[in-house]
Design a protein around this ligand. Structure first.
Ligand code: ADP
Ligand code: MG
Length: 380
């Protein structure tokens, strides 16, 4: 547990970056500090690991004032990830990560094997381990940064806008990865961002700061959207609260539309007879989706041909929503994105094994949102 008790930080030039902050970060889960630039997020974060000391007040980590711990020892228990990964440019990716176990006393061989495990954990292909940071994409560098922060297996992880400098698709990937890692590792994560969408997506709890380092609201994402504490929070969240709410409503249990499934290799005439509303999902031998075919595509083919993977619409791009036991594991927002971006206007729902179980239409998602509003789950 991390407790800020009446913490103020005034820089030598008189700037009050953090003003009398009282806030408790519970163990486990992701606590997000969000707010516009200059509102004191980084300053607050860095006071936890003593890169900055408060002017007044104190910060307790598991009941103990952090100022009673030596900074070096304190930081061994606190991983730190920043925007541009902060990797050593002249060391390989593997050595960047292995440095940490070496510092904490592991032998070189053990450190490298630990580093290899960690790179795998964060989803970096093994072939990249011998490269230098500059030879990686921004997203890959961030993965290395996360691996390095995890290297000493610290119970606490501080992340300062780690995904802000990568493009939206890569960012989404990194966010999903962080959620998966967190569900496996159960660290106490404090995550800083200026992006309210990211805060809502990742946070179990979200602290909204306003400029001047004042805590405006500290709540679950749902409560934040439902009951903004004041004008500032409300305008920071923006007008599209309903759309944002989709991001934390589970798509579990949503009604699935029937979709035709056509195994790859099916004769064209047989496939045409199976279409639902002119479309079918082509599946592999395990029932996993490969892409869509339409009436138009099939009617242009020779009817004695078989449906091959070259015939799929959008080069086989898939729009899927994970489903489990008939329900879906994704959020309504994933479901809506899937439906809207699918050529057949249906997102593909798959079961835990990845096999197609049905389709999700945008109308169904909006209906589920309306029902959640009616039941008070999203009182917006
Ligand atoms: P955020 O991370 O939310 O953008 P910061 O914590 O970096 O905010 O900064 C909060 C305020 O403190 C800003 O007004 C910033 O200009 C100021 N500030 C940050 N670091 C220093 C410093 N070393 N000296 C003086 N002012 C600073
Ligand atoms: Mg900052």
């Amino acid at each position: 547990m991390i407790e800020f008790q009446a913490v103020t930080k005034r820089y030598p030039d008189g700037t009050v970056a953090v003003d009398n902050l009282d806030l408790t970060v519970e163990d486990g889960g992701i606590t997000v500090f969000v707010g516009p630039s200059g509102c004191g997020k980084t300053t607050s974060l860095r006071m936890i690991n003593r890169m900055i000391d408060p002017t007044a007040g104190r910060i307790l980590l598991d009941g103990k004032d952090v100022r009673e711990s030596q900074p070096a020892r304190l930081r061994r228990g606190i991983g730190y990830v920043i925007q541009h990964a902060g990797l050593f440019p002249h060391r390989t990716v593997l050595d960047n990560v292995a440095t940490v176990p070496v510092l904490t006393g592991a032998g070189r061989r053990a450190a490298r094997s630990r580093a290899t495990e960690l790179l795998d954990l964060v989803g970096l292909p093994a072939g990249l381990a011998k490269r230098y940071p500059a030879q990686l994409s921004g997203g890959q560098q961030q993965r290395v940064g996360v691996a390095r922060a995890l290297a000493a297996d610290p119970p606490v992880l501080l992340m300062d806008e780690p995904f802000s400098a990568v493009d939206p698709i890569v960012r989404d990937d990194l966010q999903q990865q962080l959620l998966r890692l967190q569900s496996e590792l159960d660290k106490t994560i404090v995550f800083v961002t200026h992006d309210i969408d990211e805060a809502i997506k990742l946070g179990d709890r979200v602290a909204v700061f306003r400029v001047g380092g004042v805590l405006a609201q500290y709540d679950s994402p749902a409560a934040l959207l439902a009951k903004p504490a004041d004008e500032f929070v409300s305008s920071f969240i923006g007008r599209d609260r309903g759309y944002r709410a989709l991001g934390f409503l589970a798509a579990k249990g949503i009604d699935l539309a029937p979709v035709a499934r056509v195994p790859v290799g099916t004769p064209v005439s047989e496939a045409r007879a199976k279409l639902t509303d002119g479309w079918a999902v082509v599946v592999d031998e395990s029932g996993r989706p490969l892409g869509w075919v339409s009436e138009d595509v099939l009617s242009a083919m020779d009817s004695s041909d078989a449906v091959g993977s070259d015939d799929l619409i959008s080069g086989g791009t898939l729009y899927r929503v994970d489903a489990e036991g008939g329900g879906t594991a994704g959020t309504l927002r994933n479901a809506l994105d899937a439906a809207l971006s699918s050529p057949a206007r249906l997102g593909i729902a798959v079961d835990a094994a990845g096999a197609v179980v049905g389709g999700i239409s945008a109308d169904t998602v909006l209906g589920a949102l309306a029902a959640a509003r009616d039941s008070g789950e999203v009182p917006i």
